[in-house]
Design a protein around this ligand. Sequence first.
Ligand code: HEM
Length: 360
Amino acid sequence: MKHEPIYYGSYLELDKLLDAQNPMSKKNGKEAHDETLFIIIHQAYELWFKQIIHEIDSIYDIFSNKTIAPEQISLVNHRLARVNEIQRVLNAQMKIIETMTPMDFMDFRDYLIPASGFQSIQFRTIELKLGLREKQRTTMAKKFFNSRLSEEDKEYLKSLENSPTLLELVDKWLSRMPFTETDNFDFWKSYKDAVEKMLTADKDLIKKNTTLNEMQQMIELKNLEATKESFDILFDKEKYNSLLENDDLKLSQKAKLSAIFISLYRHEPVFQLPYRLINHLIEIDELFTQWRYNHAIMVHRMLGTKIGTGGSSGHDYLKKAADNNKIFSDFFDMATFLIPNAYLPKLPENLKVNLGFMHE
Ligand code: HEM
């Protein structure tokens, strides 16, 4: 061996790690048994947050390149899958803290004021790097957590707020996708025709449905009109961009169209990696939203309607954040624009060759 033999404990720096659980209740004279659990569970979360940031940073670097090779996308997928697995562990861990009763929590809770999860810089870092912008947060959130942070942390988070997000980098990558227009094929024209046929067939079905009374029929036709309006917005650059500016949409029109095309033809070999990538991003949002709900429910059980140590309305604020703080919601909404296989335009042979593995 060229290097010095290493010892398990020193490699993992366990002296530091295991010396970092110092309950405030003990310092104040009467140790509360459950405070050790409270500290360890937060530390375990912060360690996993660190690993998630490590993965996101590497993915971020790959997407910052002007061109991205297919094997790089495989690597991105591999790392996003890892993030998703870590998130599953994070979600499951919430049960451990629920073994602490509200009364046991009260034995040391007051020592924590004014510290709170609001000050988890790594949690904010994950949100910011993925693409959650300050303007998207609820007014209450903006008011509270900035006022509770040290100047240094505020500066750091501000610098992230001004850097490109993973969502923006993925948007640029998707916007560069070719394939939808070739010399002999205009996909979006064929798609619009297919949508028109599908909506006409849906309208006929509603009108012929004798199990609906007049009122129910009217409601269904109105809903169908709303779906048609969504399709119209998708192709109307001006309307689309005004929703984008208003933050009602997050993906550019070009990126959204590419993502829809990838989903419609996901079985084509060339689209399998991008399709998996989009689904990993959807899963990140889904699993974080589940985490937020689990945390909010746990907080309800632990605090009732008391305010948090960070000064928010507690359970009520957290529930709103769960509804509000999604990042990849445009990928979820994409399902609106998927059409049944029977209506799907057939791709021309020369294009299919470019999308496949078979070469002359
Ligand atoms: C007894 C257990 C817990 C209670 C009662 C609790 C309570 C709260 C409350 C009330 C808030 C809102 C901010 C405030 O006013 O303080 C909050 C935010 C937060 N907590 Fe917890 N929490 C607990 C455990 C945890 C654990 C184990 C984690 C893991 C890291 C965590 C992470 C966070 C994060 C990241 C936020 C900010 C969420 C956001 O602003 O979207 N909490 N917590």
